[in-house]
Design a protein around this ligand. Sequence first.
Ligand SMILES: [Fe+2]
Length: 281
Amino acid sequence: MAITTDRDLDAFRARAEHLVGHHRVVTDNAYTRWFAQGEATADEVRHLAVQFSVFSHLFLEAQLHKVLNAGTLEAYRAGKEILLNELGVVFRPQRAGAPGSDDIDPDLVSTEGTVDGGRFRFGAAHFEWLLRFGEPLGLGFDQLGKRRHGTPSTLFFCDELVRVYGSEDPSVAEGASFAVEHWAAAGFWKELIAGLRAFKERECPELPLAFWAWHDKVEDQHAAHTDDELAAAFSSPGFDQERFLAGAAEMLDGVAAFWDGLERDRRAGITSVARAEGSGR
Ligand SMILES: [Fe+2]
């Protein structure tokens, strides 16, 4: 077996960061840049809400695959932290003496800690937060989060998440994780929040933005964890640098397809409402 050194790790980390940091979905996301200007109409906000709800809900499938395919007990548990938190287990802060929370609202529940010993609350499921976001937009349970609500580009993204992020090959899966976390920490939440704030002030004062704010807050620590994971993956037996980088690149292409789809729909004036009417639903 090849002996790896800290210098090898640093060189590899630099390659991975370069790949992610220079991908166009990180450097040049036309949709979120436009959305941040705050000019989206109610129909355009609804279209984003529906497509995002499909991705966010079907992400559970990818996360379950990630857990099932985990290469180490550590990775298995790290995957479950995310999966169970998504489903509604509230993080329990790990600092000694920190008060446990009985809240379910995203503006109140902890963004750090562990699901181990945490409490499950139906209302703390991230999908239920999105349902509450959809309510003042006139979107009900049957209009959010189902595969049938996804456009082809949204579904391509969701399927790539299962295939690449949930891959059986730990090198590929770790690469995809690294890519997703770094993309998510690079600022798209803030752009969406800026646009949603403007929309809320202009025409929908009761719109709860906590789903978006919670995720923005959680991202920085996710990215830090992923750096630790990169180091752990790098030194694990069988790790393949090229497959890691390929997984990262393929995953980012999937992410880009999602936003490109929203951008194309926006330019063509396609909204979820129009889609639903057009297909007779
Ligand atoms: Fe989430």
